[in-house]
Ligand binder design. Structure first.
Ligand code: F6R
Length: 366
């Protein structure tokens, strides 16, 4: 059932070219230069008139929510708030009848996210679910939604469900933006074209698996890791750090790269591995100067760069290069090497990657 792979997690990482194609199937049509998302079309007026969108989720799904915020705000110009379900449900959140609340959940069973859905529904908001497990509790309790179609995810650490969530959120942001006219036709077409190429580009990145496995061995000594990114890549840094914590039990923190100088840079020494997402699409020069600050303090730099990069490559101890794409789509590519890095570090450390200690696949208790 693991299809020849030693663990479900690595099988699921390698499935991503297919699962993302499945997420886009019948939705992205490059020949007609179009995206159709039934969940959006059925509720078009609600999305076009929304004054605000609140996204509620936990864990990895909360990270995809953050990427969704960047895309919806950029393309649809609707303010988006991203909430941890557990905080949202227990405060007295302000929820208006013309708010849209998007609940993101792989399992569709996370207790706090389900409770957040019920609370928002009782306040009259329109609730839209982005879930993977068909027929699970959250989709049954929302007004409408969109399945991610990543297929069953068995490994406790979420991988293919995350990239499928980001894909659906990106398609949703593009559709709202196109209909509202806040996303130009030219940009829309460029992103549709690039989105359709993401599965094959992930295939190319996966070919570096053995290189990543090799240098992962160098880092099993580490007690701590820092992950940095800016813009769309900031939530990817958070997600990379979460993957490492969950399965290798190495403490890791993700930060927006520019926040380093406000405190965390004090942690940098030659012992500290720092993973930096430094792709050409997305504030490259700014990230370069952040890397120089770390280099000056002798941090060990592992960079995710765009093919052909020289500047960051010269500053780094290890690099993983990924194909170029549109800025909003970089998370779909940059997440892959971070999943592989966490996986291989955990495997070399002898950890049970599919069943990490203290974790359950679906958190149905609060
Ligand atoms: C991380 C992970 C958890 C889940 C979180 C939410 O790898 O698996 O952080 O993302 O428990 O679960 P869902 O998406 O099922 O609501």
């Amino acid at each position: 059932e693991k299809g020849g792979y030693p663990h479900f997690m690595i099988k699921e990482i390698f499935e991503q070219p297919k699962t993302l194609a499945d997420s886009m199937r019948g939705r992205v049509n490059v020949d007609e230069n179009n995206i159709t998302l039934a969940g959006f079309i059925d509720n078009k007026e609600k999305f076009l008139n929304a004054k605000r969108i609140i996204i509620t989720a936990c864990g990895t799904s909360w990270h995809s929510a953050l990427i969704g915020k960047y895309a919806i705000e950029e393309f649809a110009r609707i303010p988006v708030e991203v909430e941890y379900s557990s905080e949202f449900r227990y405060r007295k959140p302000v929820i208006h009848e013309d708010d849209i609340v998007i609940a993101i959940s792989q399992s569709g069973e996370t207790a706090d996210t389900l409770a957040a859905v019920e609370l928002a529904k009782s306040k009259g908001a329109f609730i839209f679910g982005i879930c993977n497990v068909v027929g699970s509790s959250i989709p049954r309790n929302t007004h409408s939604g969109c399945y991610t179609h990543a297929g069953p995810e068995i490994g406790v650490a979420s991988t293919k469900a995350f990239t499928a969530q980001v894909t659906v959120l990106t398609m949703l942001a593009m559709m709202i933006g196109k209909e509202k006219g806040t996303l130009s036709q030219e940009d829309y077409l460029k992103i549709v074209y690039e989105l359709a190429r993401i599965p094959e580009k992930i295939g190319v990145i996966l070919k570096q698996d053995s290189t990543i496995a090799e240098f992962a061995k160098t880092f099993t000594y580490a007690q701590n890791f820092i992950y940095l990114g800016r813009g769309y890549n900031f939530p990817v840094a958070l997600e990379g750090a979460l993957k490492l914590k969950e399965i290798s039990y190495i403490h890791a923190e993700g930060y927006p790269a520019a926040e380093m100088k406000h405190g965390p840079i004090a942690l940098i020494s030659q012992e500290m591995p720092v993973v930096v997402i430094a792709t050409s699409a997305g504030m490259y020069e700014k990230v370069v100067s952040n890397i120089q600050e770390i280099k000056a303090r002798k941090g060990r730099i592992i960079s995710i760069v765009t093919d052909g990069d020289e500047v960051v490559s010269n500053l780094s101890d290890h690099i993983i290069s990924i194909p170029d794409t549109e800025e909003c789509l970089v998370p779909l590519l940059a997440a892959i090497p971070l999943q592989l890095l966490a996986y291989h570090i955990a495997v070399v450390k002898g950890c049970d990657v599919d069943q990490p200690r203290n974790l359950a696949k679906s958190v149905t208790v609060e």
